[in-house]
Design a protein. Structure first.
Length: 130
């Protein structure tokens, strides 16, 4: 069983919403989850331009991918979030908390000019350690 320890180095700000660093020891399996977007059942973009619905769909897809690999959301040690508009970050926080609680694992969030399809507003990739 892997041990996951979140921390911030002395003298480095420890934000309340994500871990500055994550140390994993005793791991046997590492899952690298590709960027997840909101797909419908036919593989087309889902939820139109509804950011909240897309974000929940993305987190459910991440959860499904990690569970299919034998883990849980608690096994995710790194998230990278891509937003097509950085203003979505305030809407993202409470949705992310629905899945991870008030503090996520190590995380990076960036604004990009576009994703693979113009309808997509958010994409998240993850690393999980089991």
């Amino acid at each position: 069983m892997a041990t996951v320890e979140e921390y911030a180095a002395p003298g480095v700000y420890d934000p309340p919403s994500y871990a500055q660093a994550v140390k994993v020891t005793g791991a046997r399996t590492i899952l690298f989850v590709s960027g997840q977007v909101a797909y419908d059942d036919d593989g087309e973009p889902a939820h139109g331009r509804d950011f909240a619905a897309q974000a929940r769909s993305v987190f459910r897809a991440l959860q499904a991918q990690v569970e299919a690999g034998g883990g849980t959301l608690r096994d995710i040690v790194k998230l990278t979030t891509y937003l097509t508009d950085i203003r979505y970050r305030t809407e993202l926080i409470p949705i992310r908390e629905e899945f991870f609680g008030p503090k996520t694992p190590a995380a990076t969030q960036v604004a990009v000019s576009a994703l693979g399809r113009p309808e997509w507003l958010i994409e998240i990739e993850a690393i999980a350690v089991l």
